[in-house]
Design a protein around this ligand. Sequence first.
Ligand SMILES: [Fe+2]
Length: 276
Amino acid sequence: MDSTTALTILFQNIRDIRELMNNDNKWIMHSLYVGQAASTIAKRLNLNADYAETIGYMHDIGRLISHSNHVIEGYKYLDNLGYPDIARYCITHSFVDNIIPNTAGGGPNKDSYDFINNYLNNITLNIYDNIVQLCDLFCLETGYTTFEKRILDITKRKGVYPNSLEHFKSIMELKNRLENMMGITIYELFPQIKDEDLASQNSDYEELMKLFKNDQKQSRKTWKLFSFFTFKKRCKKVWKNIKKSLHLVGEYVRIINVCFVHRCVRLLIHQVKLSG
Ligand SMILES: [Fe+2]
């Protein structure tokens, strides 16, 4: 598949500009920017720019079928069309360095997990995986932005999860790695990024860290509460076992008593018989 075919597939349901502006189709413009950005980065790295552009256009194609399960649906869609090589990026784009916890929104649900885990374990990470992963994280449907703004936007929409901070760190590490390879920063390579986005980089970062921290605090509170209930539950269980043990001891004593009385009665009868 080349970038022209990819564009035809991407725009197959769009008949006019109003449809493109529709909220449900925001991902199409986002994909357009991801394709353009991937091509720019690939050129800089002396890689196949048209291939990078193609996979950028196709990475979110699963959204034609389902938004929540677009990763697997996109893979199946392109695989069925006869493009298993391009289908790969429908899965890998969501996981930085092809590592499952390095993703937004907490990770795949248990129905998708095995499929994705199995797929990622059977492929080797390549540079195009990394390029699309990075481009996905600074491309909005309106153009390029800072990673801080994009992650802040995703975090506000999808919420904070135990892996959110690690995901953010993995993105920044990937950004540094590719920038070192290119010998230029992403923000220098894409001067289209708005000055106001660049200016709010620090405040966006602080807001993001605050969200992560607050959530950790919340998690700790929840854990304390959970621990309290677990402790109470354990105490109840221990008390139940003690009661059970006391009951058994009581029973045992009762049996001994009965045996003792029984023996005494037998001895008494024996004595009576002897004396008679
Ligand atoms: Fe995307």
